[in-house]
Ligand binder design. Structure first.
Ligand SMILES: NC(=O)C1=CN([C@@H]2O[C@H](COP(=O)(O)OP(=O)(O)OC[C@H]3O[C@@H](n4cnc5c(N)ncnc54)[C@H](OP(=O)(O)O)[C@@H]3O)[C@@H](O)[C@H]2O)C=CC1
Ligand SMILES: O=C(O)C1=N[C@H](C(=O)O)C[C@H](O)C1
Length: 238
């Protein structure tokens, strides 16, 4: 497959290596320094675009790709208030748009576990839920996209929870997300239920960016012959 990398930073570089190892070709590597070259990407020279850029540039990059009818795997976080606009453009232009806040297969299993646990905890009002995410100090957005997806899973499962806040202290209807930025941590997420007598904790700790990057390349292989709005649950058959 011919894959274009839109955003060639920490993730773009790991994705490039994995894509080459899996026999793919890189058609374009677009970063801030050569961002005008983005115009050259087209369905004629590229089978899929993998977009890991920045919260500030993702929407513009994705608008461009959708209008060109490209097939895109996007992992950029921190811009999702405009996701519905991209989905609309995707359908209007017969493009493909695959989004995941986290491409690691392990994290997507963790998302399922989190939803199951939340359902079990529904009505167990002696427990307070808290969530914590730790990332490297270069991360631009907070809370992490993964932490937001986890909070959404808790809100879906526990009656009376209807929103999240990015602070330790929360009201009864809110899920608190506590964010820490430390060294070069690739991404650690935990959910804890705390009562007066015990605690239940589930945790996912990425050892490197390899898991995120491999998931993104597998998603690009999967969307090659597809159109429309797609996600990890569909790909993994959950
Ligand atoms: N969904 C998932 O599984 C994962 C998602 N992420 C998310 O992916 C995003 C990128 O992460 P990461 O690679 O670590 O970040 P980096 O900052 O290392 O890389 C982002 C790159 O995008 C470039 N960029 C900025 N603006 C544009 C533009 N307009 N066009 C093209 N490229 C541009 C930046 O250039 P410059 O450096 O010059 O500004 C930078 O090289 C983040 O939002 C992060 O949260 C990260 C890991 C996993
Ligand atoms: O910025 C990162 O590094 C990561 N971002 C994603 C997020 O915001 O959830 C995924 C992963 O945790 C790494």
């Amino acid at each position: 497959m011919r894959i274009a990398l839109l955003g060639y930073g920490k993730m773009g570089r790991v994705i490039e290596q994995i894509a080459l190892d899996r026999g793919h070709e890189i058609s374009f590597k677009i970063d801030v320094a050569n961002k005008e070259d983005r115009e050259k990407i087209s369905p004629e020279n590229t089978d899929a675009v993998i977009e890991f850029s920045s919260p500030a540039s993702a929407f513009d990059n994705l608008q461009f790709c959708m209008k060109k009818g490209l097939k895109v795997v996007s992992g950029t976080t921190g811009w999702l208030d405009k996701k519905a606009e991209i989905e609309k453009l995707c359908n209007e232009n017969e493009a493909a748009f695959f989004y995941a806040s986290n491409y690691s297969i392990g994290v997507n299993l963790f998302f399922q576990l989190n939803k199951q646990l939340a359902k079990l905890m529904n009505g167990q009002n002696q427990y307070e839920v808290t969530s914590n995410e730790i990332h490297h100090t270069e991360k631009l957005d907070s809370p992490s996209g993964t932490a937001i997806t986890l909070a959404e899973g808790i809100i879906e499962g526990i009656e009376g929870k209807d929103s999240w806040v990015n602070q330790e202290i929360a009201k009864a209807n809110e899920v608190p997300i506590w964010s820490s930025r430390e060294g070069t941590v690739p991404g650690t997420h935990s959910i804890k239920y705390i009562s007066a007598v015990d605690e239940i904790e589930i945790k996912h700790e990425a050892k490197s960016r390899q898991g995120f990057a491999l998931g993104a390349v597998i998603a690009a292989e999967w969307i090659k012959d597809k159109k429309g709005v797609l996600n990890m649950d569909q790909m993994l058959g959950f």
